[in-house]
Write a new protein. Sequence first.
Length: 442
Amino acid sequence: MRRLAVTTALVAALAGGTLTAAGPASKGDADTAAHHGTNILVVGIDRRAGMSADEQHRLHVGGKQCDCTDVMMVVHLAEDGRRMSVVSVLRDSYVEFAEHPHPPGARTSGKINEAFRRGGADLAKRTVERATGLRIDHYLETDFRGFVGVVDRLGGATVCTDKLLRDNSAGLRLTPGTHLIDGKKALRYVRARHVNPPGDGGRVRRQQRLLAGLIGKLREAGALDGPVATLRTVAALRDLVRTDSATSLADLVALGSAVGRLRPEQTEFANVPVADVDHFVPGAGSTVLWDRERAAALWSALREDRPLTGDPRIQPQGGTRVGVPLSAIHLRASDDEVGFALLRAGFTVLSGPPHHAPPPHTDRTVIYYDPVRARYTPALTAALPGARLVPVRGHGRVFDIHVGSGGRTVVPVIYDRSGVEGPPATGDKLLCPTAAATTLSP
């Protein structure tokens, strides 16, 4: 039991928040008959109590707090100590709440992030148990200040992007490349929602990338290499991490050494598979529906202490996954046979030839489109491999496809947003390339 408590504490330190005891595992909210390994619920609360207006401005966390969970991760530690699995739960996931006192007529189901507002850490934990069938052994709660402090004391976080990331709401602007960023900018990076891909799916994958990078940074620096180095690291972060009464300094040192022995490929990260990211529920608004079969397979794997990566029940094979609904892509094709194949695949194909003039003689298929609809182009290029994209400002919402003699193949594509944004992946796949980072930027 001591080893399990130790592992919990390091995850809290890396997440940059505070650790509080949620009490012993509850009975009746999860099937605990076949429980293997250790499960920790890590949450970040959208709360600004005690923060001055100036501090909120500096951290770019203004606005109205919801007093709910803004971040939610289930961390599973394998019983043999050779694997750690981190599963992010989208905050708008539609679930049934665990039993709790509530006003007459109040909804018994809603967004999972609302459970904390209704009943604090206890209800949040029991609601996750009810939704997943897992027994939650430990509960961790993060805040903005703790996250920023941990990143800064570790000398910053290394992040990378192959495109410009800009989100005015989160205060984020990150140019293509590899960057060493401080705690404030790291907070903006993990909270941004208005970048491509938009919404929470891409946001939680960035959270996973940053967490994987922090673990790797500690390991590479030798900060967890043996008890002396680990003690030094724990002491440097101790005042930023509040633990429950069962977790001692010796536990934290043992935990750090254990995590230091995990290679990146022994850690894995995933999002809960999703069927609908915009399921409207009266009184709750737009919610997220899990993919019933694939989500059940994911939680079953954790209960049975099995890896998530490579499991075809969680991430089916066959067909290229794309992150936008195919029916939202309107197009005209110069070739009827290719047009009918795209229609059968799920694209919206309009009658008539393309309006844009055909290109000069070429064997390649050419796709003309308005740059404002660039987020839809990966789906088309996946279906039409080898096609050349030509942006035309003011082209409108319809894509014009001139089919070349060498580009008549239509590849099956499948709309699976969670399969694009957060499929199961080992930590080594999420780390930045081993290129030098730019100077620490605020």
